[in-house]
Design a protein around this ligand. Structure first.
Ligand SMILES: NC(=O)c1ccc[n+]([C@@H]2O[C@H](COP(=O)([O-])OP(=O)(O)OC[C@H]3O[C@@H](n4cnc5c(N)ncnc54)[C@H](O)[C@@H]3O)[C@@H](O)[C@H]2O)c1
Ligand SMILES: [Zn+2]
Ligand SMILES: [Zn+2]
Length: 366
């Protein structure tokens, strides 16, 4: 066991605290990782606000890269010294989804068995089974994905959650390819990543929709060919108009990605896609939200696919090394997602900045 500094949310709505925690030595199937960088994601704030569950105290942070320090006796997949991105999809290989070959839907992903604790022995709940606003963290060895060690930790660590969710929503869930038109509603970190993924896949046009002009500027830098300020114009009409400029007769985009997580924006996505097109919901709604007044005949009559995307339907072992290589070759600008590097004491300030629209990601350097 060792003691390290970490960021803990002790009670619903209370500011996070930097405290000393106990990290057990890795047991069977486990690894201790020395965290180098960890992005601040909206989900961390949701945990702090009690929006995920009530299992306080939470050890926050889950978009991280670092160096494996030690592994349990039976671990063969990673070794001390490996540079890894942490993931929250350590596929089990045994659940029904895994057995039928749909590993990206694994219903039983692995986390560490032992618990990290506060100094007084209170067990911590690590965010998404990771908990990486910490100098060191204990995870399941399968949560460590080895990637090119010369990559910048602050940039590639973001593949551990939001950026992968966005890129994967486009490429994996939406099956975006060249020859398809795409619209992305909501251009925060996740939406902009969906735009970058669509650009990588060769889609055109790529239409960015947001109510914040600053977000639309960023979207353009990341590959959007058109922008729509939906606080000023009807986004459904605009998406249809722009798609028809490229594809004669198009009545919307082939793939529309909703990256806000609200009924009204999902409904925009539903009506802005072309006949037999695909809607991808990657934004996370709250349990009280409903889609009102959606005629079932429209669901039938418009055809196509209404999908949700969990973590971009990614497989970390397949997708992380590939995307890190594209980053290293200059074909995927992960640096553009890192708005600022901050210290472990600055997480409350980073939560505040999330509401102002200037920041895609604040990344804690450890
Ligand atoms: N499915 C997954 O696996 C997964 C993973 C990570 C995050 N998420 C979710 O993705 C969503 C986006 O995350 P983020 O980090 O990009 O958040 P964010 O707050 O950075 O971005 C949200 C964006 O939506 C815009 N927006 C808000 N209301 C809008 C409206 N009515 N019309 C158009 N745009 C609007 C905002 O201006 C902002 O740019 C969240 O719901 C988050 O929980 C999902
Ligand atoms: Zn499984
Ligand atoms: Zn996240």
């Amino acid at each position: 066991m060792q003691q390290v500094k970490a960021v803990v949310a002790k009670a619903k709505g209370a500011p996070v605290e930097v405290v000393t925690i106990n990290v057990p030595d890795p047991g069977p199937g486990e690894a201790v990782v020395q965290v180098q960088a960890c992005g601040v994601c909206h989900t961390d704030l949701h945990y702090r606000e009690g929006g995920i569950n009530d299992e306080f105290p939470f050890l926050l942070g889950h978009e991280a890269a670092g160096i494996v320090e030690a592994v349990g006796a039976d671990v063969t997949g990673v070794a001390p010294g490996d540079f890894v991105i942490l993931n929250w999809r350590a596929v089990c290989g045994e659940c029904r989804a895994c057995k039928r070959g749909d590993l990206q839907y694994c219903f039983n992903t692995h986390n560490a068995t032992q618990k990290m604790t506060l100094e007084d022995g209170t067990e911590l709940s690590p965010a998404l089974g990771i908990g990486a606003f910490a100098e060191k963290t204990l995870v399941a060895a399968g949560q460590c994905t080895k990637v090119d060690p010369s990559a910048r930790p602050a940039a590639v660590g973001l593949l551990g959650c939001g950026v992968m969710a966005g890129i994967g929503a486009a490429i994996n869930t939406g099956a975006v390819t060249r020859g398809k038109s795409v619209a992305v509603i909501g251009c925060g970190g996740v939406g902009v990543a969906a735009i970058a993924g669509s650009a990588l896949a060769g889609a055109s046009p790529i239409i960015a929709v947001d109510i914040d002009p600053k977000k639309l500027e960023k979207a353009k830098e990341m590959g959007a060919t058109h922008t729509v300020d939906s606080s000023q114009v009807d986004p459904v009409e605009e998406i249809k108009r722009i798609a028809a400029e490229t594809y004669d007769g198009a009545d919307g985009a082939d793939v529309v990605i909703e990256a806000v997580g609200r009924p009204e924006t999902w409904k925009q996505a539903f009506y802005a896609r072309d006949l037999a097109g695909t809607v991808v919901l990657v934004g996370v709604p709250t349990p009280d939200m409903k889609v009102p007044d959606l005629p079932l005949i429209d669901v039938f009559g418009r055809g196509g696919a209404l999908k949700s995307s969990w973590y971009g339907d990614c497989l970390p072992t397949r997708d992380f090394p590939m995307l890190v290589d594209l980053y290293q070759q200059g074909r995927l600008d992960l640096d553009a997602f890192v708005t600022e590097e901050i210290g472990i004491d600055d997480i409350e300030a980073a939560f505040d900045k999330m509401h102002h629209g200037d920041v895609l990601r604040s990344v804690v350097i450890l």
